[in-house]
Design a protein around this ligand. Structure first.
Ligand code: GDP
Length: 439
């Protein structure tokens, strides 16, 4: 991805570094080379023109030319401008507080919408969300099956409805999410080979029917220059909030990725670099700019290492749950996940009648705090082996947490019930992970 551009820019900078002092001519020559490198990477020519003009102006100042390390300063200016071109601020996915949150994907056929829908579901699942995939591409015969297969593999529910009317399927999909307690709905819509009125109308109708919290356009990085025209048409006719740039692992020259923000004003939110579900990355303009300029991307590396570690911990926890060997640390972790999803009140308010129950005080929203407080008063040994919690230990814990023994007993009762419930549920849930989402 963008390797050629990256190599070219690094060699231009190498030339500047070897010079020590830089003259105006040196800057002009370097800017001409940068211009060529960007055009060859298929960056939109208008974008190239304004990028080079801005960069040149900033480099031709005394501040840069007369500094002790002019080449370094030129590189810094290019880095700044490249970051600005890619979107400057982090444009990661932010869910609104509405439950279920609706994310609609649009784009041309073959751009990678279905794949991206599944990847997005995978990512949201990793973040402790409970997504639902809705198959609204009723024209490409294999699209719904493809989504179903991907959903089944990840244990994500897929809603297919009658497989005929995309607007109805989308609407029913949102209801299906409410009925089945899914907090994010991802709608995979139909694309065509080229921009046409019917596709745009259908996208507008689905938008009108489901009022998405955000619309993401999937753009194939291999499309080159045309990316910008297609994205502009979608921006005008449907409007969208951000871009998922797919197939960044291919030998795309990368021009689309560098042009889209400047031309459409829409930020890239994700890049997809492969066909596996975990190959969707949040897009960070500064890190991408550094990567292009060969400055490495340490932060992303650290993040993936942490993610791996977390995944391993979760896998171990799931294994203990499957064997119904839940301990109180796992119980704390479950609480943490409920909090991540917005706490008990958010979960309850998503249930039919939930708001009413909340307003009538029928739901105790501080239960999480009290439960954690009590578990924190236990020793490491007690948390790992709750069976040793006899009367005197419980009395000590109650004193430590400033609660009554009855409350400690209540937490233990809840814990034992959960453990029992998991024991009953696990084999069935295991078998149902391949279920069909069809009603
Ligand atoms: P849709 O018509 O927009 O739903 O497109 P699909 O999701 O079916 O994707 C079209 C093709 O591109 C499929 O063969 C995908 O496997 C492939 N594809 C999608 N995203 C990526 C990606 O990031 N990298 C690579 N190498 N292939 C991808």
């Amino acid at each position: 991805m963008l390797e050629n551009l990256s190599d070219r820019l690094q060699s231009i900078f190498g030339g500047l570094r070897s010079k020590g002092r830089l003259t105006e001519d040196d800057i002009n020559a370097a800017m001409r080379e940068i211009r060529m490198a960007l055009l060859e990477a298929d960056v939109n020519f208008k974008v190239v023109k304004s990028f080079v003009a801005r960069t040149k102006e900033r480099c031709l100042t005394a501040e840069v030319l007369d500094s002790l390390t002019p080449a370094q300063n030129v590189i810094k200016v290019v880095l700044d401008e490249l970051t600005r071109l890619l979107g400057e601020t982090d444009s990661r996915l932010v869910l609104s507080s509405r439950i279920p949150n609706v994310i609609m994907l649009v784009g041309l056929q073959g751009s990678g919408k279905t794949t991206a829908s599944a990847k997005l579901a995978y990512l949201l699942k990793q973040q402790n969300h409970n997504p639902l995939l809705v198959a609204c591409d009723v024209y490409r015969p294999a699209a719904a099956d493809q989504l179903q297969t991907l959903g089944d593999e990840m244990g994500v529910r897929v809603y297919r409805g009658d497989g005929q009317d995309p607007v109805r399927i989308a609407k029913e999909g949102v209801q299906d999410a409410i009925d089945n307690l899914r907090d994010v709905v991802i709608i995979d819509t139909a694309g065509r080979l080229h921009v046409d009125e019917q596709m745009m109308q259908e996208a507008r109708d689905i938008k009108e029917a489901t009022k998405p919290d955000q619309i993401l356009m999937v753009v194939d990085a291999m499309t080159g220059q045309d990316v910008v025209n297609v994205a502009s048409a979608f921006a005008e006719q449907v409007d969208f909030d951000g871009v998922i740039m797919s197939k960044m692992d291919g030998d795309a020259r990368g021009g689309g990725a560098l042009s889209i923000r400047e031309v459409t004003g829409k930020p890239i939110k994700f890049i997809s670099q492969g066909e596996k579900p975990d190959s969707l990355e949040e897009f960070h303009p500064d890190r991408m700019a550094k990567r292009i300029l060969g400055m490495g991307d340490v932060v992303s590396l650290i993040e993936s290492a942490t993610k791996l570690q977390e995944e391993q911990m979760e896998a171990e926890q799931t294994e203990r749950m499957m064997k119904a060997q839940l301990n109180l640390n796992d119980f704390l972790e479950m609480n943490k996940r409920v909090r991540k999803m917005g706490g008990i009140s958010k979960l309850v308010s998503a249930l039919p009648g939930g708001d009413k129950a909340l307003s009538q005080g029928q739901v105790d929203t501080s239960a999480l705090d009290r439960m954690e407080n009590i578990i924190f008063s236990m020793t490491a040994e007690e948390r790992l082996h709750p069976d040793i919690l006899n009367g005197s230990r419980r009395a000590r814990i109650a004193r430590g947490a400033g609660v009554s023994v009855t409350e400690v007993n209540q937490v233990m009762k809840k814990f034992n019930e959960t453990k029992k419930m998991l024991k009953q549920m696990m084999p069935a849930e295991d078998m149902s992970s391949g279920r069909k989402g069809k009603k």
